[in-house]
Ligand binder design. Structure first.
Ligand SMILES: [Zn+2]
Length: 138
């Protein structure tokens, strides 16, 4: 098993005396944090879909998209790479818009006084317990 330790520790983890063979700097950390954050959104989305047995995009997906793409944009700007700057220059707009719409929609929900269920906007009755909902005064 010594060969396995050597393979993992010396050829992969500390390759050429560098962690994962990467010459680390603050910018590399920002870039890799962006990569990890941005790519983790697919795991979050896949998990949510498998869990509810239908295609779901959880709000965390948009947060991970926004934070990951902004970190990658910072890295791309630092590297002055036009391909990657363009790739991450605009996606924050739909990510932010989706988050605004999500929280606006969530705020428009009415809490049922009977069971505490969060009921969809313009509902007259609670879909959970059937109690009549009081119209929100705004
Ligand atoms: Zn209710």
């Amino acid at each position: 098993m010594d060969w396995l330790h050597h393979l993992i520790w010396h050829d992969i983890v500390w390759h050429n005396d560098k962690l994962f063979g990467i010459q680390w700097s603050v910018w590399k950390v920002i870039g890799w944090l962006g990569n990890v954050t941005f790519s983790s959104r697919f795991i979050v989305q896949w998990y949510a879909t498998e869990k509810s047995k239908r295609v779901v995009i959880p709000v965390m997906f948009w947060w991970l998209s926004l934070i990951g793409s902004l970190l990658l944009l910072i890295y791309a700007l630092r590297k002055v790479d036009s391909v990657f700057i363009y790739a991450y220059l605009f996606p924050w707009i739909p990510y932010t818009r989706n988050l605004i719409i999500h929280y606006r929609h969530k705020k428009a929900h009415t809490d049922c006084s009977g069971c505490g269920n969060s009921c969809p906007p313009q509902s007259n009755f609670c879909p959970n317990c059937g109690a009549r909902l009081m119209p929100t005064t705004s």
